[in-house]
Design a protein around this ligand. Structure first.
Ligand SMILES: *[C@@H]1O[C@H](CO)[C@@H](O)[C@H](O)[C@H]1NC(C)=O
Ligand SMILES: *[C@@H]1O[C@H](CO)[C@@H](O)[C@H](O)[C@H]1NC(C)=O
Ligand SMILES: *[C@@H]1O[C@H](CO)[C@@H](O)[C@H](O)[C@H]1NC(C)=O
Length: 453
């Protein structure tokens, strides 16, 4: 629970109420102090070796995220976990590498299974971001840090390949649909014996506890405001900004620009802490945990396609989820039907403006072969640049039901109180002294070691 305190700003000296405010902007780059741990010491300290990796990597894999350093176990708030950049300066010529990014605490994980954040093979030596070269097998996404699921260790590993790996292997196509990997079996099968370099960070999305310290003496009682980057409160309620689905689609210029004919019926869409409501704003952190989607007028014997798409993402059609051959549309979950594109947290790129995320349900003409090559390729590169063309190809017609919300991740400006609040050493240390009960582990969790750039 103390992990949320590192975001605290102290105001005044009266009362001990905690106010939670949701941050939807990032104000600073989270830099990390040098740690004295070696790569192998860090992998052992955080219990990755020997449980997940019998032998730790030899060297450090240079990594960062869009607004945070990554250094052997530092804490990174989930909102900063997008867009990893990986470099390795000691690469050899004439050798190809495989890079895994695995959340070893992700959904469905155990010591034999990990959640793939990204997998790239046949990566040649390069000065650039290695994630963007070679053959991308599993497209990069933020880790799936569900609310209250504890600390997640996200590990990057670079293996030297003995030979070129054929990316057209069907098994490799399927990995993009499950994001589930048994590292031991995989490395054995593809002769990845030499683990050259590694790195990792930790992240967590927790409930915002109502923080109180009863035994503070009078002069130490204070009021705190928590600008939360890594906790959530309650369920976000927002009023409808439109009366009907066609009105919402028109107001947001989705019809006719992307969807020629808007659906008439509403698709009920619930995240675990927010409800989609015809164009409402949902902070990005509330989009991590998809719960259910429901349509109560579905036909008993029908086959349905569910498409969740970011009209302001890559090529104006970045797929968030694509499920086909769904039978029971009253209760659609992230694994219903045939998963073509597995749901991953749709964190918008930092500073890329407002994103419109549409949810569309189509009635299929019949069963669709989920293993045709075009759909296998779509799992690996989840983008639909022309939705009209796509619906034509698969005979989907116009959507029968839909919904839409907007989201955004901004750079903070001067008026934002969230600005520069996370990772501030001074506030963190001061708070620890006042509380006088922080042990070194808690301070570690609070990232006193990080400072604003
Ligand atoms: C790391 O090592 C340096 C030099 O050996 C030392 O001055 C510093 O106090 C150490 N830091 C920690 C956190 O142990
Ligand atoms: C590395 O991969 C490329 C294709 O990405 C291939 O052309 C080349 O032969 C491979 N090199 C080695 C040494 O396997
Ligand atoms: C999208 O595809 C449709 C149908 O094939 C075509 O008529 C339209 O011109 C395409 N739109 C763009 C922007 O390419």
């Amino acid at each position: 629970m103390l992990s949320l305190l590192f975001l605290i700003g102290i105001h005044g000296t009266i009362g001990h109420t905690v106010h939670n405010k949701e941050c939807t902007c990032i104000g600073n780059y989270l830099k990390v102090e040098n740690t004295n741990l070696s790569v192998s010491e860090a992998f052992e300290k955080y219990d990755i070796t020997p449980k997940y990796l019998p032998v730790p990597p030899k060297y450090l894999l240079e990594g960062k995220l869009v607004s945070a350093d990554v250094k052997l176990g530092n804490f990174v708030p989930p909102i900063r976990t997008a867009d990893p950049e990986i470099k390795y300066s000691k690469g050899k010529n004439y050798v190809n590498y495989t890079i895994f990014i695995i959340d070893i605490d992700g959904p469905g994980c155990d010591p034999y299974k990990g959640y793939l954040v990204s997998l790239v093979i046949n990566v040649p030596k390069s000065e650039n971001n290695l994630i963007l070269s070679g053959d991308s097998i599993v497209p990069v996404s933020p880790p799936m840090v569900k609310l209250g699921s504890g600390i997640h260790r996200t590990v990057g590993l670079l293996y030297e390949q003995e030979e070129w790996i054929n990316p057209d292997n069907v098994e490799l196509f399927e990995l993009a649909r499950t994001r589930n990997i048994n590292l031991w079996t995989f490395t054995k099968k593809y002769h990845l014996v030499d683990l050259v370099a590694g790195n990792f960070y930790r992240t967590e999305l927790d409930y915002c506890a109502d923080w109180k310290k009863e035994d503070l003496n009078d002069d130490l009682v204070f009021k705190v405001t928590v600008y939360s980057f890594n906790c959530q409160n309650g369920i976000l309620k927002s009023k409808k900004s439109c009366e009907s689905v066609p009105e919402a689609f028109r107001n947001l210029n989705i019809t006719p620009n992307y969807v020629e004919v808007a659906p008439k019926d509403i698709l009920e869409v619930d995240y675990s802490t927010a409800k989609v409501n015809l164009g409402n704003f949902i902070p990005p952190l509330r989009l991590v945990d998809a719960k259910t989607i429901s349509y109560n007028k579905g036909k008993k014997r029908g086959y349905y396609t569910l498409l969740s798409i970011d009209f302001d993402g890559e090529s104006n059609g970045k797929i968030i989820t694509l499920l086909m051959n769904i039978r029971n549309v009253e209760n659609i979950v992230p694994t219903s039907g045939d998963v073509i594109v597995l749901f991953t947290p749709p964190l918008p790129a930092l500073g890329s403006g407002v994103h419109r995320h549409g949810k569309l349900l189509y009635e299929q003409k019949g069963h669709i072969d989920a293993y045709q090559l075009d759909l296998l390729k779509l799992s690996r590169y989840p983008v639909i640049p022309n939705l009209t063309q796509f619906t034509k190809t698969y005979h989907l017609g116009n959507p029968v039901a839909g919904n839409v919300y907007i989201t955004e991740l901004r750079h903070c400006d001067g008026s934002d109180e969230c600005s520069n609040k996370d990772g501030s050493v001074k506030q963190c240390e001061r708070l620890c002294k006042i509380l006088s009960n922080c042990d070194s582990d808690q301070i570690d969790k609070m990232q006193c070691g990080a400072h604003d750039n």
